[in-house]
Design a protein around this ligand. Structure first.
Ligand SMILES: NC(=O)c1ccc[n+]([C@@H]2O[C@H](COP(=O)([O-])OP(=O)(O)OC[C@H]3O[C@@H](n4cnc5c(N)ncnc54)[C@H](O)[C@@H]3O)[C@@H](O)[C@H]2O)c1
Length: 314
């Protein structure tokens, strides 16, 4: 197939591109490099199926119009502003990229009848209250403009399924980690903790550290994303993916550094947007596309640590 990956030079995007190339599809990558980097796809560009890297913005209609002349079969749409804290401090950027940018892409998908796989997030959910975890019918709560923008974009994406019978799929992966994730800033808790450990710095935990996360290894995430696109059964559906286990940030920190004196608690920047418990129920992904995670947390942490040690890319 001919496939476009937006945000393909980003952390998860580069793994999605890698999997698509392994599956021998022709791949185009669109990224404005606002948070991605060319080094992420350096080794992938030599693959004979890698067609082109386009430095461009999903808000640039002319850029999209010329790119879609390629008549793609699938558009995996991962490009987005991803930082929760930034979205609270500066909602306009997140809204413009995550809602308006998605709208422009949808219009091109409609014109050319291209399936869109839209990358949403678990951050749209209300906190988990049940031990069986969050399934797709669970209440949503836009606790930040990031979550609000993703929900708005999800609704636009699904409206194209109902109004125009456009094949679309909405994905809500839980917090994802692994090699190529940046080690600074919010979002990559494992990457940040590992980097601090390796540089002899303390691990800082926002708040009391009892908040939990369901942590998904990036190769599992990429397989989920790619295979959701291949299946027709996923059209018009919202699907979760996660490990199916949550861990408190305190326990995570103690898994990474055994000695508690290297762990410190600091005040939350925006405590109102913290989700106290996130636990994924991935039953639907299992039923629809036979997906389940292959990497345990300890294995994923080890692979990430090895990668951080082996690279100057941080
Ligand atoms: N990392 C996670 O834990 C996680 C979990 C669930 C969902 N997601 C979603 O997965 C997707 C990828 O996230 P990631 O963690 O790889 O982040 P990332 O920032 O590494 O990737 C996003 C990419 O999009 C690009 N981009 C941003 N705005 C753009 C624009 N206007 N035009 C073109 N390119 C643009 C960035 O340069 C970057 O390369 C995002 O949609 C994110 O919301 C991430």
């Amino acid at each position: 197939m001919k496939i476009l990956v937006t945000g393909g030079a980003g952390f998860i995007g580069r793994w999605v591109v890698a999997k698509l190339l392994t599956d021998k599809h022709d791949v185009w990558v669109l990224d404005d490099l606002s948070n991605g980097r060319l080094e992420n796809i350096e080794t992938l560009r030599d693959n004979q199926h890698f067609q082109d890297f386009i430095l461009g913005d999903i808000k640039d209609k002319a850029c999209l119009a010329s790119l879609f002349e390629n008549e793609f079969d699938i558009c995996y749409h991962l490009a987005a502003s991803i930082n929760v804290q930034d979205s609270i401090d500066q909602p306009q950027t997140t809204f413009a990229n995550d809602v308006i940018g998605t709208f422009h892409l949808l219009e091109e998908c409609r014109k050319h009848r291209v399936k869109m796989v839209f990358m949403s997030t678990c951050m749209v959910y209300e906190k988990a209250s049940e031990r069986k975890g969050i399934s797709e019918g669970y209440p949503v709560k836009p606790a930040s403009p990031y979550a609000g923008s993703k929900l708005a974009a999800e609704n636009m994406v699904l409206s194209y399924f109902y109004a125009y019978q456009l094949p679309v799929t909405v994905l809500r992966p839980f917090n994802t980690y692994g090699p190529f994730q940046k080690t600074g800033g919010e979002g990559g808790v494992i990457a940040v903790f590992l980097k601090n450990k390796l540089s002899g710095k303390p691990l800082s935990i926002y708040g009391d550290g009892t908040q939990t996360r369901d942590l998904l290894y990036v190769e599992d995430c990429a397989r989920f994303v790619v295979e959701s696109g291949y299946s027709d059964r996923t059209n018009g559906e919202i699907i979760n993916a996660g490990l199916g286990q949550d861990i408190s940030i305190n326990d995570l920190a103690e898994t990474i550094v055994v000695d508690k004196k290297h762990i410190q608690h600091i005040p939350h920047i925006h405590p109102q947007s913290e989700i106290p418990k996130l636990l994924c129920n991935y039953q639907k992904a299992k039923e629809m596309i036979a997906w389940k995670p292959a990497f345990r947390l300890e294995e994923g942490i080890k692979k990430t640590e090895q990668w951080i040690q082996s690279t100057n890319l941080i």
